[in-house]
Ligand binder design. Structure first.
Ligand code: FAD
Length: 440
């Protein structure tokens, strides 16, 4: 049944975090017809399919035993079209995000969502995850930039959902059902992304050494009160800075209060200088600004080298509750006497405390306590990394407490409707959330 499709025996892989992926076979489709053959084979042999982009997801999205691992990065990695009138790019799922942006920039465009894994991840993986990133504060996440998709469904049919239009009221919004579905509803084989012209205004990047994380959160609140919208507003605490200096020669000052990186249009420069008064800061542009951006992007990689196990949280709270969330995080750090370095897209309330452990016996407990801070404060357990295997139980808690059980049932109903065979990345995300909740 897999006639003409390239595949090998399954060998074990690990994702970025170290979750194990143990496939029965690994398939390298050349086009969507190969994907259809694989799906039909999976359905008939009742074998789960897990799609592999670049393996950089952070919540056990790809874990499997005896699955078919469908690796789209080897062949399905082309940019098919850059339309400079209708302002979209049409790509295959395995294209690397940084490569796409380089090609767009040559034509005066860019695609704003920029997960810090942009130099590693695929557009398909980031679409299936609805990734965000450093520009999220201004431009949102992948969800805000996907116009249309081609998807191979679990029944083997190929569908196109959405249109490459800025406005489209054609029926229920199926595009955004697949964006962020983590490979549980179908295999994305083509993506139409909205693109936008490169900004003309001058943008400065300021690196400020703050008094503390709380101090940075207070600064964010002040920016919001003053109606200042940055391009980027990121935070890294001193542990993160030390890891960057040690592993990547970042040459940053190891200031106890951590560093705040903010990029703003030149109009705001005077106001920002006033807001940051009393702290040490440098104003950069062009190459130095790029260097700082690139250092920030590699923060998780530097931290990963620092401990045996690292669990990356991705909580979001309303900006008005940031300071409360930070105090609660510090309490957890003290209670368990652990290191929990914080990287944050602080401008949009998205905190990444990284739970660093040598012994994982307490990992689940700590992970859940951190996530519950977000649930209690009206936030979310995931802003951009997604749910995978690791956060499914917490997803159920969040949906039931914020939205109600009926919403969880509707979500499970959607999974059952589109994948009644249970072959698409099973026992994760919504399905696992629902099953965990139902058993209680
Ligand atoms: C150093 C580092 C920094 C990061 N920083 C950020 C950040 O700032 N913001 C952020 O949002 N995320 C960040 N991430 C995580 C980010 O979410 C992932 O990098 C990205 O979303 C996944 O890309 P990938 O190509 O590796 O996909 P994978 O990890 O391979 O797959 C992700 C999920 O999508 C599914 N999938 C993949 N391709 C398809 C397809 N074609 N069709 C259907 N399903 C598919 C997979 O089965 C899986 O469930 C970071 C990760 C790392 C390692």
């Amino acid at each position: 049944m897999l006639e003409g499709v390239e595949f090998t025996e399954g060998t074990e892989r690990e994702d970025f975090v170290g979750f194990k992926v143990r496939p029965k076979i690994i398939v390298y489709p050349k086009d969507e017809n190969d994907v259809v053959k694989v799906v039909n084979y999976a359905r008939e042999t009742k074998t789960p399919i897990v799609v592999w982009g670049a393996g950089t997801s952070l919540s056990g999205h790809l874990m499997c035993e005896g699955c078919i691992l469908l690796d789209v990065s080897k062949y399905m990695n082309k940019i098919l079209e850059i339309n400079d009138i209708d302002w979209y790019a049409r790509v295959q799922p395995g294209v690397n995000l940084e490569f796409l942006n380089k090609k767009l920039m040559e034509k005066g465009f860019f695609f704003p969502p920029d997960p810090a894994s942009f130099f590693l991840c695929t557009v398909g993986g980031a679409t299936a995850n609805s990734s965000g990133g450093m520009r999220g504060v201004k431009y949102g996440t992948f969800r805000d930039w996907i116009l249309a998709l081609k998807v191979v469904l679990p029944n083997g049919k190929i569908v196109k959902v959405g249109e490459p239009l800025r406005k489209n009221r054609g029926g229920y919004d199926l595009v955004h059902l697949f964006v962020g579905s983590e490979g549980t509803l179908g295999i994305i084989t083509e993506i139409w992304l909205r693109i936008t012209p490169l900004p003309k205004r001058k943008v400065y990047t300021i690196l400020a050494y703050m008094n503390s994380l709380e101090d940075t959160a207070e600064t964010i609140v002040e920016l919001r009160r003053k109606r200042i919208l940055p391009e980027i507003s990121e935070y890294m605490d001193v542990d993160v800075i030390k890891a960057l200096n040690k592993h990547l020669n970042a040459n940053l000052k190891e200031s106890e209060g951590g560093a705040f990186i903010i990029s703003i249009e030149d109009d705001y420069l005077t106001e920002i200088k006033e807001i940051l008064k009393g702290r040490e800061f440098i104003i950069t542009e062009e190459e130095e600004a790029e260097r700082i951006y690139s250092i920030r992007a590699q923060a998780a990689i530097a931290l990963r080298a620092e401990s045996k196990y690292m669990f990356v949280e991705d909580i979001v709270v309303p900006v008005s509750k940031l300071i409360e969330a930070i105090r609660k995080l510090k309490e957890i750090e003290r209670k368990y006497r652990i290191r929990m370095p914080v990287i944050a897209h602080i401008g949009d309330g998205n905190l990444h405390p990284n739970i660093m452990l040598d012994d994982i016996s307490l990992a689940e407990k700590i992970f859940e306590e951190v996530a519950r801070i977000a649930i209690e404060l009206g936030g979310s357990i995931s802003g951009e990394h997604g749910i995978g295997f690791q956060k499914a139980k917490l997803l159920a808690e969040q949906i039931v407490s914020h939205n109600g059980e009926e919403v969880l049932r509707i979500m499970k109903g959607i999974k059952d409707l589109i994948d009644p065979y249970g072959i698409m990345n099973p026992n994760k995300y919504v399905e696992l959330a629902y099953n965990t909740w139902e058993k209680k």
